[in-house]
Design a protein around this ligand. Sequence first.
Ligand code: DGL
Length: 278
Amino acid sequence: MPMPARCPTVLVFDSGLGGLTVLAEITRARPDAQVVYAADDAAFPYGALPEPALVARVEAVIGRLIGAYAPDLVVIACNTASTLVLPHLRARFDLPFVGTVPAVKPAARLSRTGRITVLATPGTVRRDYTRGLIEAYASGCRVDLVGSTGLAALAEAELSGAPAPDEAIAAEIASCFVSGPDGRTDVVVLACTHYPLLLPRLRRLSPWPVTFVDPAPAVARRVVDLLGPAAAPGGPGEGVAVFTRGQCLDAPLGRALEARGLGRVAIDPFPLPPLLLT
Ligand code: DGL
């Protein structure tokens, strides 16, 4: 499909604010792009949804967003959705989709001890896709899959100006750190886009230093592969932020968007009922 030479519209989609970690890399790589950041917060957290409901939900919401904003490219900035829904989206919509999936391959390359952890939502941990990545790229490593039920919500709270106590974060990450006779965990894959929002605290609360792998730079590189490099220098970019719960722009959210390259942002309350499936 031919790509527009100038100012493409990129739709960046997540269940909540986690996709901002991917947005930051995209606005850095393509500061000239028109960005629509869409959070399906009416259905947050995706990690708890059964697979058929998640497929139906994401197809329905993305269909409406494509109808409303006519993007040139869609980034699914959510591991929980990407590891399940991408084939359905590609079959249904004639647009390039870039997904965000657990960075198992770089983690296996980076590990010296051969013991890595994939920290993700319970949905991503259960996926056949995730297990396939581990078989394909980390068969020589011991891989611990850790499903967190609460960390994404703690990251949302942190960004909204209500930081979670250290103990709550430490409890969510405790099982990522495994020490055995053949070595201890030295790489942790942040396989939910919310988790890099907490990176300084994750580092501080780790029982020993590890490398945290965030897939966002690789996602932005894939966007540039498909769209080409920036046509003109720019930024902070213009954009639209969409919240399916009908959220309004408050000061912490405005600062969070600006810090990630969306300087002039219009909020589009795009309310959709939480159980919209078609
Ligand atoms: N940000 C999402 C991900 O990358 C998940 C958060 C949720 O459970 O909705 O997996």
